[in-house]
Design a protein around this ligand. Structure first.
Ligand SMILES: [Cu+2]
Length: 139
């Protein structure tokens, strides 16, 4: 092997390693819906993890309204027929799994802490403590 070949090979290996380390795991979002009340807006969706690593939704922000407070909530049923929402730090899925944000008991959602029409707005989802970001336009 001459030195040029070795350099080309080294560069290829380095690029491959960088790609594996820093590539945004493929995330695909589907089934986006929302519900607006007089005080807040709940957003629901399926977030598919197309990577072989654990994926945790750890935050979100509304790019069109960066001051809006956005939290991840879970709907819980502390006593039969009585529902309330509580803030959670994260929702995770394993390799190639799906994070399902859906209404109803036990379900998670992204909550924008004010009433608004989210149609056409862009949410930036944060995963794994902000290391991975993925933007979603609400249809
Ligand atoms: Cu909520």
């Amino acid at each position: 092997m001459n030195s040029t070949r070795i350099i080309v090979l080294l560069v290829a290996v380095i690029l491959l390693v960088l790609l594996v380390l820093y590539a945004n795991p493929m995330i695909s979002v589907s089934n986006i819906s929302y519900k607006t009340t007089s005080t807040a807006t709940g957003i629901f969706m399926d977030i598919k993890n197309n990577s072989p690593r654990q994926l945790c939704l750890t935050g979100a922000r509304l790019l069109d309204d960066p001051q809006a407070m956005v939290e991840i909530h879970q709907t819980v049923e502390p006593s039969p027929g009585f529902y309330k929402m509580q803030k959670v730090d994260q929702v995770c899925t394993g390799p190639f799994g799906t994070i399902k944000l859906k209404p109803g008991p036990g379900g998670y959602h992204i909550m924008i802490m004010k009433p608004l029409d989210p149609k056409g707005k862009t949410l930036e989802l944060e995963f794994n403590g902000g290391k991975i970001k993925h933007q979603v336009k609400i249809p």
